[in-house]
Unconditional design. Structure first.
Length: 118
């Protein structure tokens, strides 16, 4: 059974950094598009960024450009979200998801809480 599991969330002061991990089992992440999403209390879930198939391309929403970076470790079947210069507005539950190109996201992790104190 294919599963994704996020880890690495926590409480950090504004300006700090965290690295989230998205580890896969039952599927080979290098063949999937991986997206990072977040949902803050009372808000809609939003796409933070994506890593194309085999890391071919990346996309970031404007509010995280120059601060967040998505990377892959294919040997560990894991995708990372490095978050630097964190702001209070980055506080949310962060989810990773995987999909085949041109399809909807099929696999989702359980989420990890990121809280940034100002």
């Amino acid at each position: 059974q294919a599963q994704l599991a996020e880890s690495g969330g926590g409480l950090v002061q504004a300006g700090g950094s965290l690295r989230l991990s998205c580890a896969a089992s039952g599927l080979t992440l290098s063949t999937y598009v991986v997206g990072w999403f977040r949902q803050a209390p009372g808000k809609e879930r939003e796409l933070v960024g994506t890593s194309g198939w085999s890391g071919s391309s990346t996309y970031y929403r404007d509010s995280v450009k120059e601060r967040f970076t998505i990377s892959r470790d294919n040997a560990k079947n894991t995708v990372y979200l490095q978050m630097n210069n964190l702001k209070a507005e980055d506080t949310a539950v962060y989810y990773c998801a995987a999909k085949l190109p041109q399809y909807a996201y099929r696999y989702w992790g359980q989420g990890t809480q990121v809280t940034v104190s100002s």
